[in-house]
Write a protein that binds this ligand. Structure first.
Ligand code: AMP
Ligand code: GLY
Length: 426
């Protein structure tokens, strides 16, 4: 079967790499892809939001399954566009993607399904949100824009003054536009964060091992928020007992609630979890694989991903064996451009990629890279996801950083402490 992956980041490189290992994958295409996917698969120069162009390509090339990486095409309705043309696509419908596309939708569903999450209030005007903050007792809150804001629409506030500022920013149409039309104010939770992803066909689900992301730019979780500077799996913070709780009290009730609301969730349900003293609570849902969590997870996946994604697409996940996982941990270190998450230079040639890839149990996933005159250059903020497996988390970390040391371009940097949190609990 021919497969098409939509997107161009590290997640999509990992998906294309893993899918192309399936004995049933005849050819794997990526639209638009990056320099890494050009090596492990075939790039197609189409934007993820060009549904007409993508559908034309799918029909002309008889693509058997399309797998969507990022959230934007899902929230914009790519799944419905495919279904109208009777083409198979792995990813939730626009209505189901509201779990990520609207924090208000998500919070209402969680409340309704009795899934543990922070208490919240939603406001349709800046004034109402401000009045609420001024009239209630001062306590730590989080202010969020309702809609998609590329990870920038969340303000974790220390006190009332910060919260009032955050409300002003979220409500400012120049900053958040449509996304800030509704303002969510929720109780601030404390604890360790983890990501638990599951593949669902709308009725049942297969949970993947837990992972932990590192969202802040600098070591020790300092500095600005980013798309994620590294991840590892499994994480000792999510014990078997916690995993069972997350499945039974969080993921399963969510899938059932979506089904009852007539928007069955088919795709990757990614729960951002806070492990609080009162137990795990949902911070947010995403409706796709995490980036970079996807990279260490797929490094450990021993099953045939194509079979699993197809079964989920066709609503028969209960008929297949869940994939097996390498018991060895994996660590992914993101190498970024100087200036990220702010502005950065593009077009700088990257050296040492093949040396790094030759190391045992290492795979360098590309994120923001491009080919220029046959040379791989940095073309994004997050450039590479250097991923390794090892017998222990420390060994996997050492292997990943040994590969990082071989790769260079002017201004390249990474966090030095990816996975260290795990060592503190072991
Ligand atoms: P979200 O996009 O909703 O996941 O929020 C992004 C990040 O903000 C999360 O990964 C958390 O670090 C933080 N966050 C979101 N909601 C809360 C909350 N209720 N309490 C504490 N931190 C939060
Ligand atoms: N790693 C966070 C995300 O994919 O949203």
């Amino acid at each position: 079967m021919k497969v098409l992956v939509i997107g161009s980041g590290g997640r999509e490189h990992a998906l294309a790499w893993k899918l192309s290992q399936s004995p049933r994958a005849e050819r794997v295409f990526v639209a638009p892809g990056n320099a890494g996917t050009a090596e492990d698969a075939e790039n197609v120069d189409l934007s993820p939001l060009d549904f007409a162009g993508i559908l034309r390509f799918v029909k002309e090339n008889e693509i058997g399954l399309t797998v969507v990486g990022p959230e934007a095409p899902l929230v914009a309705g790519i799944t419905e566009a495919f279904q109208e043309e009777k083409q198979r696509i792995f990813g939730p419908s626009r209505a189901a993607a509201q779990l990520e596309g609207s924090k208000h939708f998500c919070k209402k569903l969680l409340r309704h399904a009795d899934v543990p999450t922070a208490d919240f209030r939603a406001f349709q005007s800046r004034e109402a949100a401000r009045t609420y903050l001024q009239e209630r007792e001062e306590s730590p809150v989080v202010v969020k824009a309702d809609g998609l804001a590329a990870g920038k629409g969340v303000f974790v506030c220390r006190g009332r003054a910060e919260a009032l500022d955050a409300v002003d920013r979220v409500a400012n149409p120049d900053e958040f536009g449509e996304a800030g039309h509704r303002i969510i104010i929720e109780e601030r939770l404390d604890g360790e964060e983890a990501s638990v992803l599951a593949i669902s066909d709308g009725r049942t689900l297969v949970a993947l091992p837990a992972a932990q992301d590192h969202k802040r730019a600098f070591d020790g979780d300092q500095g600005p928020n980013t798309g994620g500077m590294g991840a590892y799996s499994p994480t000792p913070f999510v014990t078997d007992e916690i995993m069972q709780f997350v499945q039974e009290q969080i993921l399963v009730p969510t899938v059932h609630a979506m089904k009852r609301s007539r928007h069955p969730f088919r795709g990757v349900l990614y729960a951002g979890i806070m492990l609080t003293h009162q137990g795990p609570k949902v911070l947010e849902y995403n409706v796709r694989f995490g980036d970079p969590e996807c990279q260490p997870l797929l490094m450990r996946c021993k099953g045939d991903l194509l079979t699993v994604l197809e079964a989920a697409t066709d609503g028969r996940l209960d008929e297949i064996e869940p994939p097996e996982w390498d018991p060895r941990p994996s660590v992914c270190v993101v190498m970024a451009s100087e200036g990220y998450p702010g502005s950065y230079e593009k077009g700088l040639p990257i050296r040492g990629l093949s040396e790094a890839n030759q190391l045992e149990d290492v795979k360098v996933f590309h994120a923001g890279t491009a080919l220029q005159d046959g040379q791989v250059v940095a073309s994004g903020g997050r450039v590479l996801g250097v991923t390794a497996v090892g017998n222990t988390i420390s060994a996997a970390k050492l292997a990943a950083y040994s590969a990082v040391k071989l790769i260079r371009w002017p201004g390249a940097w990474c966090r030095k402490d990816i996975s260290d949190k795990a060592l503190n609990v072991l």
